[in-house]
Design a protein. Structure first.
Length: 156
C-alpha cells in the first residue's frame, strides 16, 4: 500500500514514523486501511469496504467498522507523540455500509492526560453521510520514541 498522506502540522519525523509503522501492520494491510492525514490530535483514515468484509446481507461487518474507529482514535493520540492502547470503546452504528463503499474516518482527541486519553471518531460514507460514531478511552503507555520500534508480543 502506498503511503500518500497529508501532514497537517505535526512534527515531520513523528509523521513519517507513524506512516512507516502503519505500512508494516498486518491488520491494516489486510483490511486496506490507509492513513489519509495526521494533525495535532487528529487522524483521518480511509478504506474501500471489500466483499470479504461483508456479512450475509452485503453489509460491512460491525467488527470492521469498529477496527476503523479504533485505529482512527489511536492514531489521533499518536499524532500527539504518545503511545497508547485501547481501554474502552463504545460505538453507535447509524447507517449501513455496503460492500464496495469507500469510507473515511476522522478521529480526534478530546482529552490527553498523563495516563489516559479520551477520543472520538466518525465514519462517513462516500456520499458524506455519518454511518458510525465511536468514543474511546486509551491508556497512555508513554511517549512515541522515534528512535525505537514498538515491542512485538509480550515480554517474558
Amino acid at each position: 500500500m502506498d503511503i500518500l498522506a497529508e501532514n497537517r502540522g505535526i512534527d515531520e519525523q513523528l509523521f513519517h514514523a507513524i506512516l512507516t509503522e502503519s505500512k508494516s501492520m498486518p491488520a491494516l494491510q489486510t483490511m486496506g486501511i490507509a492513513i489519509n492525514y495526521l494533525g495535532p490530535g487528529t487522524a483521518g483514515l480511509k478504506m474501500v469496504c471489500e466483499h470479504k468484509f461483508a456479512n450475509h446481507l452485503g453489509l460491512i461487518h460491525g467488527a470492521v467498522i469498529s477496527a476503523l474507529i479504533d485505529n482512527a482514535m489511536g492514531y489521533s493520540i499518536e499524532s500527539l507523540g504518545l503511545r497508547c492502547v485501547t481501554l474502552d470503546m463504545n460505538l453507535n452504528y447509524i447507517l449501513p455500509i455496503y460492500e464496495g463503499t469507500e469510507v473515511r474516518v476522522e478521529g480526534y482527541v478530546l482529552h490527553a492526560g498523563k495516563k489516559t486519553a479520551v477520543t472520538e471518531a466518525s465514519v462517513y460514507t462516500n456520499t458524506g453521510k455519518l454511518a458510525a460514531k465511536g468514543r474511546g478511552t486509551f491508556y497512555v503507555t508513554g511517549p512515541f520514541k522515534l528512535d525505537s520500534k514498538p515491542k512485538k508480543g509480550l515480554q517474558p
